[in-house]
Design a protein around this ligand. Structure first.
Ligand SMILES: NC(=O)c1ccc[n+]([C@@H]2O[C@H](COP(=O)([O-])OP(=O)(O)OC[C@H]3O[C@@H](n4cnc5c(N)ncnc54)[C@H](OP(=O)(O)O)[C@@H]3O)[C@@H](O)[C@H]2O)c1
Length: 266
C-alpha cells in the first residue's frame, strides 16, 4: 500500500517531494493523482513516483491519502474517491478552512480516520511549519506517522482543530506577509540610495538571520529587539516610525481578516 497524493500543485508537490527527499518515503511508495499532464510529468520525472490512472486507482492503493486540492474541489474529489476507499485509509486534508466534520460528512456513511493540516510554502525548501489536528479515530501510530511525514518538510505540531483557522492566518498565509516585509524593507533601502541587489540581499539576510537568532537563542523577540536599540540611536528612531505607522495593529487586523476568510472558506 502506498502513500497517495490527490493534487500535485504548489503545496502537494512541496510536501510529497520533501517526504521522498528526506527518506520518509521511497519514490515507489508514492502514488499521485493530478489532472495536469504537464505538472504530473514534471513531478514524475523529478521524484519518480507513480501517477494514478484515476481516483479509484489512488483510493484502492493508498493507506495514507493526502488531499492537496483547492477547498472548492474537495467535495467532488471525495465523491470520486469514496466508493473505492478502504475503511482504514487515513485521509490527510490540507485544504484551508475545511473542517474534519465536513470531510466526515462528505465521506458518510464511511467513517475513515481523518487528519487536517495547515502546512506552508517554505516546505519547498524544507523550512515549512505544519499544524495538524486529528479525528478521534486516528490511531496513535498514525498520528506519529503523519507528524513525521509533515516534519520532512520542516517542523510539525499538533493542535486542537478549533485553532486551525487562526493557524492558517498566522503560518499558512504568513509567508506572504514576510515576503511583503522583505520587499518593503528592500524598497526602503533603495529609497535611501542602496542599489537594488544590495538592498534585496540585506533585507533577505536580515529577516533570515533575525528568525534564526530568535530560534537559536531562545530569547523573547522583545529582548533581542532591545539589544539592538541603543538610547537615541538609529533603531529607536525607526521603531518610533513603525509604531506611528501602526505595524503591530496592521498585523492584528491582517491575521483577523485571514482567520475570518478561512472560516468563510469552510
Ligand atoms: N499554497 C499555499 O501556500 C497553501 C498553504 C497551506 C495550505 N494550502 C492548501 O493546499 C491546497 C492546494 O493548494 P495549492 O496552492 O497547492 O493549489 P494548486 O497549486 O492549484 O494545486 C492543486 C492541484 O490539484 C489539482 N487538482 C484539481 N482537482 C483535482 C482532482 N479532482 N484530483 C486531483 N488533483 C486535482 C490541480 O490541477 P488543476 O490546476 O489542473 O485544477 C492542481 O494541480 C489548498 O486546499 C490550499 O488551501 C495551500
Amino acid at each position: 500500500m502506498s502513500t497517495g497524493f490527490a493534487g500535485i500543485g504548489a503545496m502537494g508537490s512541496a510536501l510529497a517531494g520533501a517526504m521522498v527527499r528526506k527518506g520518509l518515503l521511497r519514490a515507489e511508495e508514492l502514488l499521485f493523482l493530478e489532472p495536469s499532464d504537464e505538472r504530473a510529468e514534471a513531478f514524475r520525472r523529478e521524484i519518480g513516483a507513480r501517477r494514478a490512472k484515476d481516483p479509484a486507482d489512488l483510493a484502492a492503493h493508498s493507506r495514507v491519502l493526502f488531499l492537496a486540492v483547492k477547498p472548492q474541489h474537495l467535495p467532488g474529489l471525495l465523491a470520486e474517491l469514496k466508493p473505492h476507499l478502504g475503511p482504514q485509509t487515513l485521509l490527510v486534508s490540507i485544504a484551508a478552512g475545511v473542517s474534519i466534520q465536513k470531510i466526515q460528512a462528505l465521506l458518510a456513511p464511511a467513517a475513515n480516520p481523518v487528519a487536517r493540516a495547515m502546512p506552508n510554502t517554505p516546505a519547498r525548501v524544507g523550512a515549512g511549519v505544519s499544524a495538524i489536528a486529528f479525528s478521534a479515530n486516528v490511531a496513535a501510530a498514525d498520528r506519529e506517522r503523519v507528524g513525521a511525514l509533515f516534519a520532512a518538510a520542516g517542523r510539525s505540531l499538533v493542535v486542537d482543530e478549533k485553532l486551525m483557522n487562526a493557524v492558517t492566518a498566522v503560518s499558512g498565509s504568513g509567508p506572504a506577509y514576510v515576503f511583503l516585509f522583505i520587499e518593503a524593507l528592500a524598497d526602503a533601502g533603495v529609497r535611501q540610495g542602496l542599489p537594488r541587489d544590495i538592498a534585496q540581499t540585506l533585507a533577505l539576510e536580515t529577516v533570515r538571520g533575525a528568525a534564526e537568532l530568535v530560534r537559536d537563542s531562545g530569547l523573547h523577540p522583545a529582548v533581542l529587539k532591545d539589544q539592538v536599540t541603543s538610547p537615541g540611536g538609529t533603531t529607536i528612531a525607526a521603531l518610533e516610525a513603525l509604531e506611528a505607522g501602526g505595524l503591530r495593529s496592521a498585523l492584528f487586523r491582517a491575521v483577523a481578516a485571514a482567520t475570518k476568510r478561512a472560516e468563510e472558506l469552510g
